[in-house]
Design a binder for this molecule. Sequence first.
Ligand code: AQP
Length: 326
Amino acid sequence: MRKHFFSGIQPSGRLHIGNYLGAIKQWIALQDEYEPIFGIVDYHAMTVRYDPAEMRGRVLDAAASYLAAGLEPEKSILMVQSDVPEHTELAWILNCITPMGRLSRIPTFKDKVRQNPDNVNMGLFDYPVLMAADILLYKSEIVPVGEDQVPHLEFTRDVAERFNSAFGEVFAEPAEVLSPGARILGLDGVNKMSKSLDNCLYLDDSDDEISRKLSTAVTDPARKRRTDPGDPTICNIMNLHDVFSTSEEREQCADGCRNATIGCLDCKKILIGHVVETIRPIRERKTDLLARPDDILDILREGAARARPIAQATMAEVRRAVGVTR
Ligand code: AQP
């Protein structure tokens, strides 16, 4: 029997190439070896202000993106977090063994407080506990994630250890699996590519949008003219070449930048070709899928029905361990 692991994405906006390269691409590659559970974690997305009328559409959009990127519902389980109430049940139990001081040191919480100063709610603070519950519920031993999630995985291991030593061995301590695209910067060249910062190349951008966004994206700011030599090590376009282009193209662009024999625009044109080739088939499949929302809803319903017995079996063990069965 293939082992499970859980990995999820918040339906907090359209998915972008950071989500794809940091997480989704790796998940797809693991679906022969494991039976992964891919969650659309809608309860996590409630930690920032949102319009309830948009949530259904966002969930469908995320599901279509996963499927278009190569998730196969015969091999993997695609589900929505709120369809499996054991996630929030386990989160409550984990809350009761989590020191508040430990949570307040997690850097992503501080970042979110900076971004949402007028909405610092308990859900935002507790986000890592719900994420730990998502992962532990399926006894995940690995979790493919982007670099920004490493502190959450460290926290998940902590909680698993705390639980096991208080109540007896129930959970595995999961390890993060990072890809070469584990930290994709946004088009501003400074911040992480992020839905909420809208500095993204989205998985459904048109060829023209990709070309326009990359043509105006930040490069080495000290390189003002075509004839100035540049520093490819601080250029975000070069970072993207690292994940999209061949080694010959990377060398051609890096050497050409250092000795000013290639301009930023020519270097960008090579990248644009690769990004368009990657995004175009995903966008086209996604458009086809979104034209059949009932088929997507069927896949999500079936995913929840397959995930629930696994979650219930773990919860039965957890309930016995913490002494709430009679
Ligand atoms: N820029 C990124 N580079 C590499 N990996 C990334 N991931 C997100 N951004 C990048 C990975 O995608 C998975 C799902 O992330 P998420 O959507 O659940 O949450 P997030 O990391 O908070 O993503 P965003 O886009 O930044 O969302 P908002 O703006 O709503 O907070 C994770 O594995 C993540 O590492």
